[in-house]
Design a protein around this ligand. Sequence first.
Ligand SMILES: Cc1cc2nc3c(=O)[nH]c(=O)nc-3n(C[C@H](O)[C@H](O)[C@H](O)COP(=O)(O)OP(=O)(O)OC[C@H]3O[C@@H](n4cnc5c(N)ncnc54)[C@H](O)[C@@H]3O)c2cc1C
Length: 531
Amino acid sequence: MRWLTSAIVVAFIATLISYNSITITTTAAAQVQQTVLQAPAPEKRVAIIGGGAAGTSAAYWINNAFPKGISDSVKVSATIYERNSYLGGRSTVVPIKDDPALGLIEVGASIYIERNYNLMNATERFGLERTRLVDGEDDDGRIRSKKGLGIWDGEQFLFEESGNDYWDSIKILWRYGYSPVKFKNHLKAIIERFSEGVYHDDDSIPAFRDVGEALALFGIDALVNETAADYLEKRHGISEKFVREIIQTASRANYGQDVEALHAFGALVSMAASGSWATKGGNFQIFEEFAKRSGAAIELETAVMEVQNITVFDEHTGEPVQRYVVITEDGMDIYDTVLMTAPLHSVGIELPYSTVLPAHRQYHTVHVTMVAGVPDPSYFGRTQETMPTMVVSTGSPLTDHFSGGEQPFTTFAIHKYLDDTGESVVKMFSSKAMSEDALDRLFVSRSWTLRKEWEAFPDLVPITEDGWPTMILDGFNKEEDNGILYINAFESCISTMETETVASKNAVRFLREQWCGDAYCVPFGDGWGDD
Ligand SMILES: Cc1cc2nc3c(=O)[nH]c(=O)nc-3n(C[C@H](O)[C@H](O)[C@H](O)COP(=O)(O)OP(=O)(O)OC[C@H]3O[C@@H](n4cnc5c(N)ncnc54)[C@H](O)[C@@H]3O)c2cc1C
């Protein structure tokens, strides 16, 4: 296959030769060299592979960093390649009961928090309405079930929110002592430090080049090299009860991972998720807007199959310039730089021989099961009125009450009431596919069941200094100001929609450093431009 496409590339380059006054050498297998006539392209061309949070925001930041219409500045054009028929990637919706009139429900990434500056800012600037995700109210605002969270150990609720913040605080203090206060203060300090490092408008702060560098820059390196259990219980003296019941509930709800496996930062990010928002009509709209406003060319239903590097010799300077051929099923095109904005193991793309392949990160499988039906509150020993809206099952070591020690679900959340049928729309996450039997025990009746399996996010296990994937896969060295950047390298530290937009903004800062040396570029600041 590689040989076949190499041959196609050579043929394609031959057709380009008549338009370029440069010498072209492929570094791929065929190693052809030809001399041709014309000056280098007047602008940098960037291929973005992936139209999710990372790819669409990258296109938007590029447009703000290199705005069109400024005559003396570096010009950059971008093309987004997306193999799906939609933008948003893991941020996508399905119509409830396959009927858009009943509303849409997130089947992937659902929530973001107040402190997620990019997503909050995007919804405001793009005129998108925010909403809360789990709601115990029906369309007329009537309370249909008790709002709040219940922590289920297979036999009983170990802890339940009452809906009254004051009363809940007292219950928490009573059950967990001083640990929640100690944890809250620690979390606040970490999140503030992280936010200060991540969100800035100072063009003189260098972009990070690998994840290890970023972690040090954001002051979280000590949080990712040990498990949340060790970090919180042993290092910070937070009680095991609070860690295993409350913090682990959050980490299971967010990442389906227990505190004995997950690194501390993953657990802290999960606990920061209170007061969360979703976008009315679907979070994917944020990413559609990023793409639309970027002015990038958008190639939907176009899977990239291969990227090859070619060396182009400028006939005036004689200097070699690295460029990239992006090959899809429909054709190919040449770019100066490629941004990989999807998990590398999932893209099915053959990369140049010179590519530095980062260490493979295992991804965590999440099964999403959506049901429209009538839940059976007696499963939880409750009535409809006393049933929590969101149930999270306990993890290790609190698994004795689950049959075979295995929880049938990680989360069970009531998202909506359908007034016409009296049904609820429930979304469940689990680490294995939910059996029909388990669903029959959880529901009195079901009229719609939809299943979706995701390779959702990396197993966020602790990693030491040198185990983080590099961001620069090819090029960008002393000789080259072009190359391939891997934006999703950052996902191996933490995987959220927001952090993907942070990583893509960093990549664009990095491109500015490469391309704005002698040439003029407008200030980038916080990346939002004048939009
Ligand atoms: C079930 C689930 C729940 C989640 N919950 C949350 C949450 O509540 N909040 C949150 O912030 N995050 C959540 N996440 C994580 C979040 O979805 C990701 O961190 C984020 O969406 C990743 O965005 P991305 O653009 O980096 O990758 P993706 O969204 O995966 O986008 C990559 C894109 O690249 C495309 N692509 C891949 N290969 C090719 C190719 N060869 N050619 C062309 N296109 C290609 C893919 O089709 C895809 O659209 C959740 C994820 C899942 C699965």
